[in-house]
Design a protein around this ligand. Sequence first.
Ligand code: ADP
Ligand code: GLC
Length: 483
Amino acid sequence: MSDVSVLAIVSEIYPLIKTGGLADVAGALPAALAGEGIEVATLVPGYPAVMAQIEYAETAIDAKPLYGAPARVLRGTAAGLDLFVLDAPHLYDRPGNPYLQADGRDFPDNPFRFAALCQTGRELGFGAAPGFLPDIVHAHDWQAGLAAAYLHYDGRERPGTVATIHNLAFQGKYPAELLGALGLPPQAFSLEGVEYYGTIGFLKAALALSDRITTVSPTYAAEIRTPEHGMGLDGLLRTRAEYVTGILNGIDDEVWDPSSDPLITEPYDVETLARRPANKAALQDKFGLDPDPGALLLGVVSRLSWQKGLDLLLANLDLLERLGVQLAVLGSGEPELVRQLLEAAEARPGRVGAVIGYDEAIAHRIQAGADAIVIPSRFEPCGLTQLCALRYGALPIVARVGGLADTIIDANEMALASGIGTGLQFSPPTADMLGATLERAARLWAEPEIWDELVENGMMTDVSWRRPAALYAKLFRDLVRER
Ligand code: ADP
Ligand code: GLC
């Protein structure tokens, strides 16, 4: 029996619509919390992919005008998720990326698209849907940020509010003139409210007005309180420090299970690692790499953005060549990085391969086939690909920042002596430090017994949602009790 009911609000959710780890978390946390006796229904925008997949949908809130045209709220299920869907075709019935138009720029009406989601969150928070009255509204990232403001300024007795930061780099800043149009009262435009350096800050509002703030790793929770990583919000986060916690993400260990993964060539587990090389051979083939079982094969699965630091890896291509190391990259994002990756693959046939695009199957094949996964992020709130890598027996080589610092145990001398290493870390995130660490990886690769021990340690690490879900459950229960 569940004793706490949560309305989650999020702008993407796996497996319906995904641009990054936010969707993975939103898709996996409800089932994990159900195991803790917490019931979660999730409010999402009615994008085409969501409308196409929702089943057993009933009208939960009748149509009424919302930013220029009628919108209604459906309740239904999809992929085992209990969903409220804001069916507003004028806001969401657009193909492709949920945030960007075809030319790569933000949709100009994004403030209204996500304010509408948050206003619907307020209605549901006050019990507008029959049979559903949440104890807590859990808002993810800036797109859900205004929910805390709408609930706060409404004046009625409200549910508890929790804001989760997945990435401080995306803040949702819009002109102050929109205040009235966004349905916010004049007094909301204050230091304690939505005002943010003279603009309206969606994420800022959530951080100022939510009862609790979480982010996705303990180290990132500490980093964001510093000017270096706070991206303008560190002062506010310091003021609210007693309400800020870091809870690590997990991964869905059914979606990511090398022993039963239908997307990989040859399933395996820690007992049957001898089967893994078939996946490496298939990956080399797919990426046009030399079919050399002895070459250390590095994999990358990433958004291509400054955050992810792939320029640091590109700066080390000559070194990789000298070390006889291969590289397979799957990514999509910034055109300049795309160009450089394709150029590298062209210039180094058999050694570097790149697939540009978003492709779930290839992501799984890289995790199963690469010997190591490189994640040279400049900042990383949590990171999920290193968790997948641990589970799939690919050695994570990561920058020591955010969640990467919290999830990987560097194979330094003491860790090797105690047999507890699971990967390699480097700091600070510079091309030279990455280069030195790639050399360290190549030396370890030459010692298969040590390498295999690191891989096995990784595969036996618990990367599931069990522990994180228990921490969220405690936070929710404590908040309900306190209110
Ligand atoms: P972020 O959310 O910052 O992009 P995470 O590591 O938290 O980083 O999550 C990224 C998620 O997106 C992982 O599930 C990863 O496998 C997936 N992913 C990233 N890029 C691609 C891609 N090009 N194709 C398929 N999956 C990808
Ligand atoms: C963000 C972060 C990433 C995190 C993900 C899920 O996209 O960049 O580090 O893992 O959200 O919380």
